[in-house]
Design a protein around this ligand. Structure first.
Ligand SMILES: [Zn+2]
Length: 287
């Protein structure tokens, strides 16, 4: 691990400990981490001049789901002044697990994979590596990211460190929420699945990321496998290794290749195969 990476990891540990001091109601989550005496000051120091970047698309009527799924629905229950004189608003919502910015739990493609609620928290936060494959994906919207793409990244930026959250930037987030440009088709239903054209990860490249000890893998398209995949081989490879996958990730263009940290917290759906995800990046001022 490079020395500046060590420094960043230490800073992140401080951030987590400070957050624990401020807000943690569940100390088991931070077992072993002793919050500093002045957590508020430590947190303020860490956030000072740091950039927080939201890598999440909003959940609304435009949110892109798989063609066979109904989209996200907000169901208004109340919004108005009550008889008591105070404002009260509340909604319900309906959503498939896999739509918008979301988690694929390993269970999604492995019978022995962890479900959404059972993924260890340390799989969901860590140093980010952002692999830019936009050029190849602009040239071929069916591009399957290869081990050679990662070799090119490592030539330019050094080896992908063990335990990284590897984020694949195809550039397709720029098309959101235009379904035709993002997915390759605006059609819905089973017949539309064959018309999906967007880039993804080849299974050989997925295996390479497991060799590199990737903590999690994310992509700014609707699936970690390319749209034309019929066997979802990269899903299978990653799920078999208990690697969580983040799909429809936003705003990766705002991240450097190295130096950001990612915090990716999905809805904790009991026995879930995935779920809506809030994913953010933290970029220290020193970068
Ligand atoms: Zn999914």
């Amino acid at each position: 691990m490079r020395s500046d990476s060590r420094k960043l990891v230490a800073l992140l540990a401080l951030l987590v400990a400070a957050a624990a001091t401020l807000a943690c109601q569940d100390r088991d989550v931070f077992a072993g981490a002793r919050p500093p005496a002045s957590g508020t000051m430590a947190l303020e120091a860490l956030l000072h001049d740091a950039t927080l970047i939201d890598l999440t698309h909003p959940f609304d009527a435009d949110t892109i789901f798989w063609p066979t799924e109904a989209g996200f629905a907000l169901e208004p229950r109340a919004a108005g002044r009550t008889d008591g004189g105070y404002w009260y608003a509340a909604n319900g919502f309906r959503s498939a697990e896999h739509g918008g910015t979301h988690l694929d739990a390993p269970y999604h493609f492995s019978a022995s994979g962890r479900t959404a609620d059972a993924i260890p928290l340390d799989r969901l936060l860590g140093e980010a590596v952002v692999v830019d494959v936009e050029k190849a994906c602009r040239a071929d919207r069916d591009h399957a990211i290869t081990p050679e793409d990662f070799a090119a990244f490592e030539m330019a930026h050094g080896p992908i460190p063990q335990g990284a959250i590897v984020l694949l930037r195809t550039g397709f987030a720029a098309f959101w929420p235009d379904r035709a440009r993002y997915l390759g088709t605006a059609a819905r239903g089973e017949a539309a699945v064959g018309e999906l054209h967007f880039p993804g990860l080849s299974p050989d490249a997925a295996a390479l990321l497991i060799e590199r000890g990737a903590r999690a893998v994310g992509i700014d398209t609707a699936s970690i496998d390319p749209g034309q995949s019929k066997d979802f081989a990269s899903h299978q490879v990653l799920a078999a290794a208990q690697v969580p996958v983040f799909e429809n990730v936003a705003a990766l263009a705002r991240l450097p290749a190295r130096g950001a940290f990612v915090i990716a917290l999905p809805m904790k759906i009991g026995k879930g195969s995935g779920g809506p995800l809030r994913i953010v990046a933290w970029l220290p001022a020193t970068h």
